[in-house]
Write a protein that binds this ligand. Structure first.
Ligand code: NAD
Ligand code: UDP
Length: 348
């Protein structure tokens, strides 16, 4: 019998790619998403890309904070595990609206865990973030580094990690994997699904992509005086398809072994600067990206990249793609969908 997986936030950027990989691997998938930061078109495209497996996908437009609706779904279906992506993720917005972030991310997660527990579904993969490493004392970041938060968004990740560990401590039937993503970029190689942020993108590559298609005049580079190879910030960019495969590896770990609550980094272990990313994207797209050099962005860190050893050893997972492939696929998506899932009217 194929395993049945519930994916919260499955219409979003990472969720849609992961649902596709799950379907292609033979899993049954049910998405819950309130479409707050996503489009149902992504779900339709995932179904199409999955071909004969597309019929194994069910979608519910539901908010995780609607507990009766969640109860109803769990009462009608037995899930073998849950991958929990749903959450708000814009750092700047979280500073302006902390209660919105605590309400959505924390209450949504508590509801989910309560309903899962009540229905005996005690296997969970949670989307955490490298943001919990703050400004790390050294690199690469290993999973045993102290964790910290510099903004409400990061604090929701930190709190949820702790909540998950407490849930396991109280009931050892739970198996929970906390995945700390580094910087997911790129898109499915088909170019049919990808990242489509609302409003002005906060993250580097969605911004670069909008410059390339003519939606914005130039990229503002935040900081040129970091102690890095060229003065710009260094991050660990990971192809979203590699990241998605990391979730399948995590699920297999939950099904096949006796773990409790464990944390794994999902990154490539390689650091790339802003200017190096821009150069790689220019090469992949053939487009010139005009730059405006500016001050550091408040709250930004200098250099962050992952130690990948634990995931390699224990999840048997390793990223396959490099930045050239990430930029190629990002450009393919942007070129085919310059306005994401919407039209020019939906763009700001
Ligand atoms: P995304 O915004 O594209 O996807 C999140 C999805 O969750 C959206 O489709 C949104 O509509 C849905 N959602 C939000 N609140 C909900 C609620 N209360 N009920 C139901 N659905 C809800 O974001 P993403 O980039 O795919 O990120 C997925 C997860 O990974 C998030 O938890 C995010 O914090 C985490 N993460 C992302 C990154 C990144 O750079 N993209 C890095 C580290 C961690
Ligand atoms: N960055 C930039 N201009 C932008 C967006 C980001 O120079 O418009 C830089 C940012 O300062 C950081 C890197 O790109 O050094 C990655 O930023 P992003 O927000 O994508 O990821 P995070 O900082 O959360 O790791």
């Amino acid at each position: 019998m194929p395993k049945n997986i519930l994916i919260t936030g499955g219409a979003g950027y990472i969720g849609s790619h992961t649902v596709l990989q799950l379907l292609l691997c033979g899993f049954k998938a049910t998405i819950i998403d309130n479409l707050d930061n996503s489009s149902e078109i992504a779900v339709t495209r995932v179904k199409e890309l999955a071909g004969q497996f597309g019929s194994n996908l069910i979608f519910y437009k539901i908010d995780l904070r609607n507990k009766p609706a969640l109860e109803k779904i769990f009462a009608s279906t037995n899930f073998d595990a849950v991958i929990h992506f749903a959450g708000l993720k814009a750092v700047g917005e979280s500073v302006r609206k902390p209660l919105l972030y605590y309400n959505n991310n924390i209450i949504g997660t508590i509801n989910l865990i309560e309903v899962m527990g009540a229905h005996g579904c005690k296997k969970l993969v949670f989307s955490s973030s490298a943001t919990v490493y703050g400004w790390p004392k050294e690199v690469p970041c290993t999973e045993d580094f102290p964790i910290a938060a510099t903004n409400p968004y990061g604090r929701t990740k930190l709190f949820i990690e702790e909540i998950c560990c407490d849930v396991y401590r109280a009931d050892s039937e739970w198996k929970i994997i906390l995945l700390r993503y580094f910087n997911p970029i790129g898109a499915h190689p088909s170019g049919h699904i990808g990242e489509d942020p609302n409003g002005i993108p906060n993250n580097l590559m969605p911004f670069v992509q909008q410059v390339a298609v003519g939606r914005r005049p130039a990229l503002t580079v935040f900081g040129k005086d970091y102690k890095t190879k060229d003065g710009t910030g260094v991050r660990d960019y990971i192809h979203v398809v590699d990241l998605s495969d990391g979730h399948i590896a995590a699920l297999r770990k939950l099904f096949d072994s006796n773990i409790g609550c464990e944390v794994y980094n999902l990154g490539t272990g390689k650091g790339t600067s802003v200017l190096e990313m821009v150069a790689a994207f220019e090469k992949a797209s053939g487009k010139k990206i005009p730059l405006v050099m500016a001050e550091r962005r408040p709250g930004d860190t200098e250099t962050v990249y992952a130690s990948t050893k634990k995931a390699e050893l224990e999840l048997n997972w390793k990223a396959k793609y490099g930045i050239d492939e990430m930029c190629r696929d990002q450009w393919n998506w942007a070129n085919k969908n310059p306005y994401g899932y919407g039209g020019p009217d939906s763009a700001i």
